[in-house]
Design a protein around this ligand. Structure first.
Ligand code: NAD
Length: 337
């Protein structure tokens, strides 16, 4: 039996990772450590096999709590925990630097103190900034880190503290940099679940700027499989770009959602653009394909259909997370636009 320590396992991607690992790796047990911020939701873990899954509520910046939670000699730390929404980082960056940078450092220190074999840092393509419109350029692992939002800057800084822990202290570490994920249980502040939830309710769909920003979309389980392979097969000190070669303009995504739900396109409402809005992300995943033997398994059409079906049959989940703080935040972001 191997034990792994997963942070942020009550969030969107972390909970998908927990489910996937428990399903596909019967020899693995998981300690799942999450602060349950506005984005962490224990409902995301409903139905998981608790014989091999232990949940601990805690903050990754809390050194004592982290040291108490990480099992001695566990096989890996997977760091999903983060403040993850760009718009929130524009409003206030403090929490992003605290969790994403200090928290990563605390976990690296715990990896050393608890003799953890490998550290997996879940990063993002956003650390590499933006690509020009209509170019044939792609992000590769040698692209410079040129973050443009406070969120991306905090994730880039986290990559640097991971690198420093490896170079200075010999921590075995790999980094994954993925594009935009979509799938069940994503907090409805992010583009796809926001548009699905609004379309179901017949509310306007707020689209930033001209809607022509390009993102490279990947179904969440495909990302999780790549993270697992980076842990099992990745070379220490290496970063792996993860993408499904699926570039789409935001407006194309939004229209596809409306079409799938049989809703009119006049629900689309263009709103003032996000400051510093990166224009295009596009990932060259060749290194992950060749070194890790990774390939995405879920097509865009299938993944989007599965995602829409999940939100349609989980309206209780949506209404729960859309209450309270989420509503105030929603008003602050879109109310005046
Ligand atoms: N969503 C994407 O498209 C995407 C793409 C590439 C990389 N990533 C990265 O993947 C990771 C997970 O993203 P997500 O979309 O699932 O995010 P999310 O916001 O849905 O979940 C983040 C989780 O981290 C927890 N958390 C936040 N601060 C914490 C703290 N101080 N201590 C402990 N737990 C804390 C939250 O409670 C939540 O459960 C992040 O590191 C993110 O940067 C996300």
């Amino acid at each position: 039996m191997r034990t792994i320590f997963v942070t942020g396992g009550a969030g969107f991607i972390g909970s998908a990772f927990v489910r996937l690992v428990l399903d596909e790796h019967p020899d693995v047990s998981i300690v799942d450590y999450d602060a349950l911020t506005y984005a962490g939701n224990l409902e995301n873990l409903s139905g998981v096999d608790n014989a091999r899954h232990t949940f601990i509520k805690g903050d990754i910046c809390d050194r004592e709590a982290v040291l108490a939670a990480v099992p001695e000699g566990c096989d890996a730390i997977f760091n999903f925990a983060a403040e993850s929404h760009v718009d929130r980082s524009i409003t206030s960056a403090d929490e992003f630097l605290r969790t994403n940078v200090i928290g990563t450092q605390v976990l690296l220190d715990a990896a050393r103190a608890r003799d953890v074999r490998r550290f997996v840092q879940v990063s993002t393509d956003e650390v590499m900034g933006t690509l020009p419109d209509d170019s044939d350029e792609y992000f590769t692992e040698s692209s410079p880190l040129r973050p443009n939002s406070p969120y991306a800057a905090s994730k880039a800084a986290a990559e640097f503290v991971v690198r420093a822990a490896r170079e200075t202290h010999g921590v075995d570490a790999v980094i994954t940099r993925c594009g935009n994920n979509y799938g069940p249980r994503q907090f409805p502040e992010k583009l796809i679940p926001l548009m699905i939830a609004n379309a179901i309710d017949g509310e306007p769909l707020p689209v930033y700027g001209d809607g022509r920003n390009v993102r490279d979309w990947i179904y969440v389980d495909d990302h999780c499989r790549a993270i697992w392979l980076a842990y099992e097969k990745g070379r220490s000190g290496e970063a792996y770009n993860i993408g499904a070669r699926n570039e789409k303009e935001n407006i194309t995504v939004v229209r596809a959602i409306l079409d799938a739900l049989g809703k009119p396109h006049d629900l689309i409402k263009f709103v003032t653009d996000r400051p510093g809005h990166d224009r295009r992300y596009a990932i060259d995943p060749s290194k992950a394909e060749t070194e890790l033997g990774w390939q995405p398994q879920v097509s865009w059409e299938d993944g989007l259909a599965r995602t829409i079906a999940w939100y349609r049959s989980n309206e209780a989940w949506v209404s729960h997370v859309r209450s309270g703080e989420y509503r105030e935040y929603y008003q602050a972001m879109y109310g005046g636009r």
